[in-house]
Design a protein around this ligand. Structure first.
Ligand SMILES: *Cc1c(COP(=O)(O)O)cnc(C)c1O
Length: 387
C-alpha cells in the first residue's frame, strides 16, 4: 500500500503510541481527583499543556485548552468568541475556502443573527490582507482565516492578515490544523488571538484537539458540564489522547528545517512528474506558497471519485478534495471559490516527509495509467478548458 492522504489523517507514530499506552490501564486516574493516581494524570496534562504552548510559542501554558477534536476547537473559537462578544457587535469575517468546521459554525451563527462576510480568494486560493482590512467594520468581532488550506495546500498570508486586524476590536482566529508540523507557528509574534490544532493530522491520535487562546480571550463554552479546561470544555479529559497530542507536536517540530527541506523536495518531485507524465493535468493551489507535503491537481475528462477508486485497486490511497463525509458528491467549495476549470476531476496527494522516492514513482505511474484510461472514455468537449 502507498498512503498519499496525510491531509485526511496520519498514522499514530510509534513513539507517540508508546507515550500514550500507560495512560489507558495503568495511570487511568481522573485528573480532577485528589489522590495520587489522579495526580499522575493531572501532571501529565500540565506537561502536555507546556509542550503545546512551546510548540506554538504561546506566552503561557494556561493559554492552551484541550478539546475533543479539531472541529470542536474551531467551533469553540468561532461560536464561543462570537457569542461572548455580542455586545461589541455581530459581524464576522471569514473566507470562502475555510474548512466546514468553520464555515458551518458561521452558518449556525448567521441563523442566530450574526452577519457573515465570506471573503473571495484568487485562482491560487489566496485571501488578500487588504480585503480583510476593507471588510472590517466597527461591529466586527471576529476574523477567522485558516493558516493552510486542506484541499489545495495554499498557505494564507496570516501574518499580514493579523497585522490588518491589529488595533481593531476584532479577534483573529486561525484554523492551523493542516499547518502544525508543516509550517512554523508563532502565536505571540504573529498576533494571533486564537488557533486550532488537531492531533491526528501530525502523527497523533484521532479525537483530540487543542485551542490556543491569548490571555484575555474568553469564549462562551459550547458544551456545559463539570467545568474541566477552566470551564471552556467540560468533560473528563482524554488524558492518553492529550499526552499523545503533546508528544506528536513536539516530534513534529524536531529537526524542523531539515524535515521541511526534504519534504518540499519530495512534493516538488511529485508535482513535476505528474505534470510531465499525466496528460491534461493542472496543479491546483499556489505553486510555491503551499504546504510542504501537498500536491493537488485537476485532470481534464476525469471524475475525481472514479480515479480514487481506480487507484485504490492498485493499492494507492489518495483523495479527491477533502475527506469529509459530506463532500463525496458535488464540486468542492474550495475549487469553486478558486474558479478552477474541470473541478470535478480533482486529486489530492499528501505525502509524509519520510516517503520513498520509489513509492512516488510507482504512484505517478499508476496515476498516469488510470487517468489515461478514464480520459479515453471521456467526451472530446471535456478537454477544452485545460490546454
Ligand atoms: C482535519 C481538519 C479539521 C477537522 O479536524 P478534526 O480533528 O478531524 O475534527 C479542521 N480544519 C482543517 C483545516 C482540517 O484539515
Amino acid at each position: 500500500m502507498i498512503y498519499l492522504d496525510n491531509a485526511a489523517t496520519t498514522p499514530v507514530k510509534a513513539e507517540v503510541l508508546k507515550t500514550m499506552l500507560p495512560f489507558f490501564s495503568e495511570y487511568y486516574g481522573n485528573a480532577s481527583n485528589v489522590y495520587s493516581l489522579s495526580l499522575v494524570s493531572r501532571r501529565a496534562l500540565d506537561s502536555a499543556r507546556e509542550a503545546v504552548a512551546k510548540a506554538v510559542n504561546a506566552k503561557l501554558p494556561a493559554e492552551i485548552f484541550f478539546t475533543g477534536c479539531g472541529t470542536e476547537a474551531d467551533n469553540l473559537a468561532v461560536i464561543g468568541i462570537a457569542k461572548s462578544r455580542r455586545e461589541q457587535g455581530n459581524h464576522i469575517i471569514t473566507s470562502a475556502v475555510e474548512h466546514h468546521a468553520v464555515l458551518n459554525a458561521c452558518d449556525y451563527l448567521r441563523r442566530e443573527g450574526f452577519e457573515i462576510t465570506k471573503l473571495p480568494v484568487d485562482k491560487f486560493g489566496l485571501v488578500r490582507p487588504e480585503q480583510v482590512a476593507e471588510a472590517l467594520r466597527p461591529d466586527t468581532v471576529l476574523v477567522s482565516i485558516m493558516t493552510a488550506n486542506n484541499e489545495v495546500g495554499t498557505l494564507e498570508p496570516i501574518a499580514e492578515i493579523a497585522d490588518a486586524v491589529r488595533g481593531h476590536q476584532a479577534y483573529f482566529h486561525t484554523d492551523a490544523i493542516q499547518a502544525i508540523g508543516a509550517a512554523p507557528i508563532d502565536v505571540q509574534n504573529t498576533g494571533i488571538d486564537a488557533l486550532s490544532i488537531s492531533a491526528h493530522k501530525f502523527g497523533g491520535p484521532k479525537g483530540v484537539g487543542a485551542l490556543y487562546l491569548r490571555t484575555g480571550v474568553r469564549p462562551l463554552p459550547v458544551n456545559y458540564g463539570g467545568g474541566q479546561e477552566r470551564g471552556l470544555r467540560s468533560g473528563t479529559e482524554n488524558v492518553a489522547g492529550i499526552v499523545g497530542l503533546a508528544k506528536a507536536i513536539s516530534l513534529a517540530y524536531r529537526n524542523f528545517e531539515e524535515k521541511i527541506s526534504l519534504w518540499k523536495s519530495k512534493r516538488d518531485y511529485l508535482i513535476k512528474n505528474i505534470l510531465e507524465k499525466v496528460p491534461y493535468a493542472q496543479l491546483t493551489g499556489h505553486p510555491e506558497r503551499r504546504l510542504p507535503g501537498h500536491a493537488s491537481f485537476v485532470f481534464a475528462g476525469v471524475e475525481g471519485e472514479s480515479l480514487v477508486m481506480q487507484l485504490d485497486r492498485q493499492g494507492i490511497c489518495a483523495s479527491s478534495g477533502a475527506a469529509c463525509a459530506s463532500s463525496a458528491l458535488g464540486v468542492s467549495h474550495v475549487l469553486e471559490a478558486m474558479k478552477t476549470p474541470q473541478a470535478r476531476g480533482s486529486l489530492r496527494l499528501t505525502v509524509d516527509w519520510e516517503i520513498d522516492y520509489a513509492d512516488l514513482d510507482k504512484a505517478v505511474e499508476a496515476i498516469a495509467k488510470s487517468v489515461k484510461k478514464l480520459q479515453s472514455r471521456a467526451p472530446k468537449s471535456s478537454f477544452a478548458e485545460l490546454r
